[in-house]
Design a protein. Structure first.
Length: 223
């Protein structure tokens, strides 16, 4: 590249590329604007110090540590930006939405908070109970009524279950007593024939019965 005097000086190297297998550098010329920067092949350059300085900076930029820093910094900025947006966005009743129902309650730093669901919105908010009591008392009352009905329902189920267990136990006791009585009856029926047979086979009883019969016969024949 020539001018009227035939001399141009490279101010700095801006970029590097490989074109058709050859290395080229984008040069910023001294005394010219950036719009007049040109790509020049490395063999046409006579500025080894600038090339060495540019390559060192390029190596540093492409190092893994440098890339990690470049990835982390934008992420931190993005997270900070999201947090700022969250702080700026209105929350709770400041959103101007109509309360639909209370999904639950929790304690936050000693203050009762309601998890409020809003009409025509999928996003719920934690709102102080003291504010909800003023802004939507009917929604708060409905929340407590639902919880009260739920507890009463559980208590009734527990009582019914206890009554069923008592009836079941009574039935088992009656069945056990009935089986015991039947077993005793079977035992008595089994023992009676054995006792009668033993009496018949007992010699003492036989002798006593025979003696008694002989005595009665003798008394009847004696005038």
């Amino acid at each position: 590249m020539d001018n009227a005097n035939g001399e141009f000086f490279v101010e700095s190297i801006v970029e590097k590329r490989i074109r058709f297998g050859k290395v080229e550098y984008l040069l910023k010329w001294k005394g010219f604007s950036d719009a007049e920067n040109t790509w020049e092949p490395v063999e046409n350059l006579d500025c080894p110090e600038l090339i060495e300085e540019f390559e060192a900076k390029l190596l540093e930029v492409n190092s893994p540590k440098r890339k990690l820093e470049q990835d982390v910094i934008p992420k931190k900025k993005k997270i900070a930006s999201i947090e700022v947006e969250k702080e700026i966005q209105p929350r709770g009743f400041d959103r101007g939405l109509i309360p639909d129902k209370i999904l639950g309650a929790t304690d936050s730093k000693g203050e009762l908070m309601f998890l409020m669901k809003w009409k025509n919105s999928q996003e719920a908010d934690l709102v102080p109970a003291r504010i909800a009591n003023l802004k939507c008392p009917q929604v708060v009352i409905r929340f407590y009524e639902e919880r009260l009905m739920w507890h009463n329902s559980n208590d009734d189920e527990a009582v019914d279950l206890q009554a069923v267990n008592v009836v079941h136990d009574d039935q088992e006791n009656d069945q056990s007593e009935s089986e015991t009585i039947q077993e005793k009856n079977r035992s008595n029926e089994t023992s009676d024939p054995i006792q009668t047979e033993n009496q018949q086979n007992d010699p003492v009883n036989t002798v006593e019965m025979t003696s008694s019969d002989d005595h009665d016969q003798a008394r009847s024949t004696n005038p």
